[in-house]
Design a protein around this ligand. Structure first.
Ligand code: AMP
Length: 121
């Protein structure tokens, strides 16, 4: 897998506002926040997209949700609620090809999360 901006955040060659770190996982604030609290939870292992997750990764990918809830609790938004999103490839809106769980919190979030009207099915 080619290096991404998130690899550079993991190896600290570029700065990020880190909210959580352990041997497997990093959480940091999104540089372009879409909610009062918007952070990303990523595995340190570079996995390009959801499509590239293998059974060996299931525990690691599950841990992303656990860390999301842990950080949300630390920032006192867990009880209000929050949204997690993982975009996949072009139609999913993925721009960085290292999987990341978006965590959006701090205001009521609309649903559905897109504007387009489905014209035909
Ligand atoms: P996605 O479009 O789902 O691939 O999301 C990529 C996210 O990474 C976007 O929300 C960007 O704002 C965020 N992002 C890109 N570069 C950085 C960076 N250097 N630090 C923090 N967040 C970033």
């Amino acid at each position: 897998m080619s290096e991404t901006i998130f690899t550079k955040i993991i190896d600290k060659s570029i700065p990020a506002d880190i909210l959580f770190e352990d041997d497997d996982v990093l959480a940091f604030r999104d540089i372009n926040p879409q909610a009062p609290l918007h952070f990303l939870v990523i595995p340190k292992k570079p996995i390009a997209t959801i499509n590239d997750i293998t059974p060996d990764d299931y525990a690691l990918v599950g841990k992303l949700s656990g860390v999301a809830a842990q950080v949300a609790a630390e920032y006192d938004v867990a009880e209000q609620g929050f949204r997690t999103v993982m975009n996949c490839n072009e139609y999913g809106g993925q721009t960085v090809y290292h999987i990341h769980l978006h965590v959006l919190a701090g205001k009521p979030l609309g649903w559905p999360p897109y504007q387009e009207t489905l014209k035909s099915q």
